[in-house]
Design a protein around this ligand. Structure first.
Ligand code: GCU
Length: 337
């Protein structure tokens, strides 16, 4: 699939040359923006992003459009991020874990227990006062700008061999995590042993027994069909994850003002649409997984809280991280008396 990805990239590079900017005579007042996504076309992010593209196209009389490539066609997230960095494609959706590897301040939002709910998370990650500097922090070094994102909802553990109730149940189990030191330590703290791996490889690894489990949200559990091979879902709800939309900074700066303002408006609407779709998609996924034989279990939440809560203290290591963390926590709903 790497060969396939490079073929697509080459094809994109060729169309890019004959499109705007480069070639003389070609129209230079519009763009087809290429967006890499690692989800299927059933996933709410694909639906919200294609609708975003349609509205942008309408608002610009067809001059600016977005072409969404699902299913890791343009590569897994690490590769897609590099393509955006290099300006070969314009956008990608990447998980917070990918950004944490480039600027460790992003890890604050990848910590367990930093967000209490999707609503809380959305309030924080689209508040310019909190995230403005963070989101432009990779422009000089990596050539892309962060535009905010879509929730991943609460992530939980699922396994091949029976439910997890306490951290002890994870002893000796190999659990797939995203490529991140924090996620590796998190699974270790939760009692298991972690194997970092790209998203698209997880199904086969679960099926062949290379992995005993993974952690994700219900929607990915179903759209990736992981429930078929790891039917024990245990509701650890260990963190509320975030997917970022990243855009090549030159692409962003090349937008004329009127296009940019339509773009910003439609992107804000896309985020709202996504959040709405997400709630329904999560409910549907639970139904579908159960109908497909998955078994959902509650866990000993206090036992998991006890091992997860210390991670924030361990990981916050500079003033920027502490400020982000405090701002995030300050935006939480007040605790019930
Ligand atoms: C979720 C998330 C993706 C991420 C994936 C993973 O599906 O939305 O961005 O890549 O989890 O666990 O790798």
């Amino acid at each position: 699939s790497r060969a396939a990805a490079s073929a697509v990239v080459l094809a994109l590079a060729l169309t890019a040359c004959s499109g705007s900017g480069g070639g003389g005579g070609e129209p230079s007042d519009g763009e087809i923006l290429h967006l890499a996504l690692n989800q299927t076309d059933q996933h709410p992010s694909y639906i919200a992003l294609t609708a975003f593209g349609d509205r942008l196209s309408e608002a610009t009389d067809g001059a600016w459009t977005i072409d969404v490539f699902p299913n890791e066609t343009l590569g897994a997230q690490q590769e897609a991020l590099q393509l955006v960095s290099d300006g070969i494609i314009d956008f990608a959706i990447v998980s917070g874990t990918q950004l944490e590897n480039l600027n460790r301040d992003f890890l604050v939002f990848n910590l367990p227990r930093v967000f209490d709910s999707v609503e809380h998370q959305m309030r924080v990650v689209h508040d310019d006062e909190i995230v403005g500097e963070l989101y432009s922090s990779l422009e000089e070094s990596n050539g892309f700008t962060v535009l905010g994102g879509f929730t991943q909802g609460a992530r939980s553990i699922y396994t091949t061999d029976g439910p997890i109730v306490t951290p002890d149940d994870l002893a000796g189990q190999k659990i797939r995590v995203q490529e991140s030191e924090l996620q590796i330590d998190m699974i270790r703290a939760m009692g298991g042993s972690a194997t970092p791996m790209a998203f698209g490889e997880v199904y086969t690894a679960l099926q062949s027994g290379v992995l005993d489990g993974a952690e994700n949200n219900e929607v990915s559990y179903v759209t990736q069909k992981h429930f078929e091979v790891a039917p024990y879902w245990s509701s650890t709800n260990h963190l509320v994850g975030l997917d970022y939309l990243i855009i090549n900074t030159d692409t962003l700066r090349s937008m004329p003002d009127d296009v940019r303002s339509a773009f910003d408006d439609e992107w804000a609407d896309a985020r709202d649409q996504f959040t709405e779709l997400w709630a329904q998609a999560t409910e549907d996924a639970i139904e579908d997984a159960k109908a497909g034989g998955a078994q959902f279990s509650e866990v000993d939440t206090e036992a998991f809280d006890a091992v997860l809560e210390p991670l924030a203290e361990e990981y916050l290591s500079n003033d920027v991280q502490r400020e982000l963390y405090d701002a995030a926590r300050a935006a939480a709903e007040p605790e019930e008396p």
